[in-house]
Design a protein around this ligand. Structure first.
Ligand SMILES: [Zn+2]
Ligand SMILES: [Zn+2]
Length: 420
């Protein structure tokens, strides 16, 4: 079979179409799956994205980028390749890219989830010959609880804190996760306060027709009201001086990685809520099956484990090395802020998360009857270290998570669950 999409130095490249998908180096023509920073980078001459992504990309990359928006399902032809975009269910505007050339159909998923999310269009299975899938949570241990149960847990935690006169600070990525969290909050408990990195994205979501409860900035909130408020903030605000203004507070982090004990401990927050915008293990398998693809190419996440699994069920599977995975739940743990020891600390964090995932995954895979020996994460001794909390001076609300979280997660041995 001729390969319609290959990996080049710049990124995934559609050979007959002469364009790149989520390229990590500047190119002439980029087709963008969604606006998270590791997929949508600055510096391309021409961007093509879903229509709902256009405003988000402009707000993140600059108003004057050369960008064209396509409605979901709308088709255009580039060098004989018919391109259409289909909902990926990941964040507002997220799209899978369908490419058809001489009867051959390839689909690149970008990031996706199959579970419910009222803040974006639901994942749409697209039949194809070859499916390029992410694998952020591609280990059998990753199984998400129903979304409503997670929302109920978050509201119960907030209600209990409010009853004690304590602020609730909930950390989640400012684009996507924060808005999904918002959609599940019960505004009758108290005011919903947003960090300056979160509020502009709320605005973009509302302008895109997504209903979200009323939110207010910290500066618009009376100090006395913090005691029964919930505060949504990006992970980079954790442990910073920014949190001092809330007085007594309880804090929590929402991420798929909160399933891992080590990740929870490293975060150093009171609570971890397991909520991800990526497919869990059963979600990945069901999405892959639904495409009816015979060839599957696995990108960022648990490439060897998922490839092996897919080969065992008779599919032609292999991996692609990409440079995705620095933002949202792609990252296996928070990359420590620059003040927190730099590269060495990151390497530790990554290794730790991997050891964690590997050990749990081995147990889970065994209980599932799979042979985990190929998992390069299995059996690595966990390296523990005392976490020294970074204290970056973040006095202003405009601090964006991207500036604090731009570091690349450890390119650790084996490559999972990080893909860096
Ligand atoms: Zn993403
Ligand atoms: Zn990603």
């Amino acid at each position: 079979m001729t390969e319609m999409v290959v990996v080049r130095r710049e990124g995934l490249y559609c050979v007959p179409g002469d364009f790149y998908i989520d390229p990590w180096r500047p190119v002439e023509r980029a087709v963008i799956t969604h606006a998270h920073g590791d997929h949508a980078r600055w510096g391309h001459a021409h961007y093509l994205s879903s229509a709902p992504s256009v405003n988000i990309l402009k707000s993140r990359l600059g108003k004057d980028i050369n960008i064209e928006g396509l409605e979901y399902g709308e088709r255009i032809v580039r060098n004989g390749v018919t391109i259409s975009l289909h909902p990926a269910g990941h964040v507002l505007g997220s799209a899978q890219i369908r490419m058809e050339h001489r009867g051959e159909i390839w689909v690149a998923s970008g990031d996706y989830k199959v579970g419910p999310d009222s803040t974006c269009a639901p994942f749409e299975p697209v039949r194809c010959h070859t499916f390029i899938t992410e694998s952020t949570f591609g280990l059998p241990i990753y199984r998400w609880d129903p979304q409503q149960q997670v929302f109920d847990d978050i509201n119960a935690w907030w209600r209990a804190n409010a009853a004690e006169g304590r602020a609730s600070i909930l950390y989640g990525y400012s684009f996507g996760k924060a808005q999904r969290l918002l959609s599940g909050l019960d505004p009758s408990i108290g005011p919903i306060v947003c960090h300056g990195a979160v509020e502009p994205l709320n605005r973009v979501y509302r302008e895109g027709g997504v209903a979200l409860p009323h939110t207010q900035l910290v500066s618009e909130t009376d100090k006395a009201d913090f005691r029964h408020a919930i505060v949504l903030a990006p992970p980079s605000a954790s442990g910073s001086t920014w949190t001092r203004r809330f007085g007594d507070y309880s804090d929590a982090f929402a991420s798929g990685w909160m399933l891992l004990r080590g990740a929870r401990r490293r975060r150093g927050v009171d609570r971890g809520f397991v909520l991800s915008d990526h497919a869990d293990w059963p979600g990945l398998l069901s999405a892959i099956r639904a495409t009816e693809a015979q060839q599957v190419i696995v990108t960022h996440g648990s490439i060897p484990v998922l490839v092996r699994w897919l080969c065992q069920i008779g599919l032609d599977a292999k991996g692609f090395d990409t440079e995705y995975g620095e933002e949202d739940d792609d990252a296996p743990d928070d990359a420590p802020a620059p003040a927190d020891g730099g590269a060495h600390a990151q390497a530790d964090a990554g290794t730790d998360a991997q050891a964690d995932a590997g050990t749990d995954a081995q147990a889970a895979a065994q209980s599932d009857g799979a042979d985990p020996t190929d998992s390069t994460t299995a059996g690595k001794p966990a390296r523990r270290r005392a976490r020294t909390r970074a204290q970056p001076a973040m006095s202003d609300e405009e601090e964006d998570e991207d500036t604090g979280e731009g570091a690349v997660p450890a390119a650790a041995a084996g490559g999972e669950p990080s893909d860096a």
